[in-house]
Design a protein around this ligand. Sequence first.
Ligand SMILES: C[S@@+](CC[C@H](N)C(=O)[O-])C[C@H]1O[C@@H](n2cnc3c(N)ncnc32)[C@H](O)[C@@H]1O
Length: 361
Amino acid sequence: MPTTTGMKAGGFYDAHSGGQRSALDEFLPWLEEAVADLPLAGGDPAPVGVMDIGSSEGANALYALDRVARRLRFATSRSLWLLFSDLPTNDFNRLFANLYPGGTAAVTSDDVFVGAVGGTAFGRLVPPASLHIATTFNAIGFLDKRPDAGLPNFILPMGPGPLAPREGVSVSEDERAPYRRQAEQDLHNFYAARAAELVPGGKLLVQVFGRDDRHSTSHGIYDVLSDAVLDGVDDGTLDRAVYERLVFPIYFRTVEELVRPIEADDRLAACFRLERHASHDVPIPFNTAFAESGDRSAWAKDYTGFLRAFTEAILAAALPDSPLQADTLESIYQRVEQRLIDDPARYEFHFISVGALLTRR
Ligand SMILES: C[S@@+](CC[C@H](N)C(=O)[O-])C[C@H]1O[C@@H](n2cnc3c(N)ncnc32)[C@H](O)[C@@H]1O
């Protein structure tokens, strides 16, 4: 049972995912350059398959695959299949609306066909050896299953950030361990599924939010959300049980963790050659604008929209199912925004984007 029902729908994720676009942009050129190495025999009538995994509403996924398709169009005259996949709970209506804005195709290169696939990143999505390229951006940190282990004193297995200490808020190494093991298992399953789906010589570009030895993408964001929920507990508008139940089953990997299965598991090492890997502290539009303008309110508004897009579905599931749920959500995100305005330094945000390019042997 996947641990998220997806992003905030109806175009909200698309409108608030400039940070994710910046994070994937760091790595997309690697794949564009690698198109020249693909095995693209001219006489083969089979289409060239390209699939993105965890595409959400599609704006960023379409941007990425369209760039890849343009490179492919120069490299081969074969038909192209661009596939967009996500969990079955994703807003696929919005994805198709993005693929056909105003009823006409967004992808305009010749002989390119688009489609959508529902399923989990951690299992098989398409037939064997049917892809030349697979990509995933900002998705595989969401765990496949929530471990049967509570986190009563924080809302994320990674623990609070160093700039936002609060009495009683913590995650111990023992509490984190089941989530780390789930993340390891997920990553192994992800690579094994892609090994089956890619043709020999095919390329896999993996990028996800992560952490390095200075920052974690979780710092600031989950601190302000935790603080906002705890404020509600302190003033009696929320039950302490809501905080104790609330867990974002998301793991933020280092780049070493991202590539470890390829280096450590003989079967995966036999399937993939690791071409490049890196970790970047990526400039994010709302931080760049804040540095230029000093406008706290604008920064807080954009920061809140950004975090709301990927936290609301999980937060809503932890709240009591009542007609007042929408109001409660609204007031939590209002508190988030106010806290950001009041104390930007406590919730400083860095997007650590980790990525790797692999070739199927
Ligand atoms: C933050 S969005 C990223 C969307 C897009 N790739 C981007 O970079 O903007 C994460 C996406 O991963 C999807 N996701 C989470 N767990 C998944 C799983 N097990 N399999 C496939 N997709 C998953 C979510 O539904 C969501 O659409």
